[in-house]
Design a protein. Structure first.
Length: 344
């Protein structure tokens, strides 16, 4: 195999067409690796992005990844916070030789960091890394949409089912009518993203300046992204209303194989009603009832309560690749010593 590295704007060929072909062949068209998602990430959160392209002996493209410099001598896979998985697509059954990347990157590079590697999507990349280079980053959760909702819910632990009954009863007694609205048409989805942004902006994310808002870059990114997926009926906004007021919202992208929960927010003044969890309950029920997809993927670092909703978990990974064997060995030794000290 052979690597080629170029600036994003100087890619030889149609990058997003090449990207999508790999995404469809090897990643079940996962929305997190769909060319529309990746292209808009690069558009709205620009950086000094480079494209690494791997080809086999027949000159077929077998892998693409986006890279950026971060510090002198250090590069990383380009991954703004809006990307929940590393922006890498690679064909199954291939073998990657990653050390060849170092000599192709501009300037002198001795380290490449790779964050949010997904074992389901990046198995080939992970297998190409030294075992000691990989570390645990997060526990992600999924719900497998098999059978009906009642069967799924029956298998949840007692405390979760008890709590959800309690939340619904509290809403019935103190708030009255509960309404769930689902939007999937292009303009409806666009308007839903804006309403979502207004809720998030009133919460703690708004106070620290990281909230999605209709007038900021995040708002523009998610609005355009959701609208483009909605054109193929692959986006939905789900909202929970109490007394006619929107109190929680979730943004989702999906296809027949996987639904990804992109964003979730709720009105903090309604926290005692657990409106975020109540909305999740109705979202999962809707997906089961309508056979919308095969897997619900949260792409989150799940806590204990979130794990209770899941049918499967998988560990997301970080990794660091070093140019030199001696540096790799030194870092590995330091990690082992630190581990022994912590255990002592």
């Amino acid at each position: 195999m052979e690597w080629q590295v170029s600036n994003l704007d100087n890619y030889d060929g149609d990058l997003w067409q090449d990207w999508q072909q790999l995404a469809e062949k090897a990643h079940n068209n996962n929305p997190m690796l769909h060319h529309l998602f990746v292209q808009k990430i690069a558009k709205y959160f620009p950086a000094n992005i480079f494209v690494a392209k791997a080809t086999n002996t027949q000159n077929d493209i077998i892998a693409l990844m986006l890279l950026e410099p971060c510090r002198k001598g250090k590069w990383r896979i380009f991954k703004p916070s809006q990307a929940q998985a590393a922006l890498v697509v690679v064909l199954a059954g291939e073998r990657l030789q990653l050390k060849g990347l170092f000599s192709l990157l501009p300037d002198f590079v001795y380290q490449i960091d790779m964050h949010s590697l997904d074992p389901r999507e990046h198995k080939i990349l992970i297998e190409a890394l030294p075992e000691h280079a990989v570390s645990i980053a997060a526990t992600n959760i999924t719900i497998e949409v098999q059978g009906n909702f009642d069967s799924y819910w029956e298998k949840r632990i007692k405390v979760l089912k008890k709590n959800m009954r309690r939340y619904h009863n509290r809403i019935d007694k103190e708030q009255g009518t509960l309404t769930v609205d689902i939007y999937s048409l292009v303009q409806d989805v666009s308007d839903g993203v804006d309403r979502y942004g207004m809720i998030e902006s009133r919460g703690w994310k708004g106070k620290i300046g990281t909230a999605l808002h209709p007038g900021n870059t995040q708002g523009a990114f998610y609005r355009e992204l959701m609208k483009d997926f909605a054109k193929d009926k692959n986006a939905l906004v789900i909202e929970l209303k109490l007394g006619g007021n929107i109190v929680a919202s979730r943004l989702c992208l999906f296809n027949q194989d996987i639904l990804v929960i992109l964003k979730t927010t709720y009105e903090e003044s309604y926290k005692r009603f657990a409106v975020g969890k109540v909305l999740l309950y109705h979202l999962v029920k809707y997906i089961f009832d309508h056979k919308l997809t095969n897997t619900i993927d949260f792409y989150t670092n799940a806590n204990r309560d979130q794990v209770d909703w899941s049918s499967e978990q998988r560990t997301m990974l970080n990794a660091t690749l070093y140019r030199y064997k001696w540096l790799d060995a030194l870092v590995s030794t330091i990690k082992k010593v630190r581990f022994k000290v912590r255990k002592a």
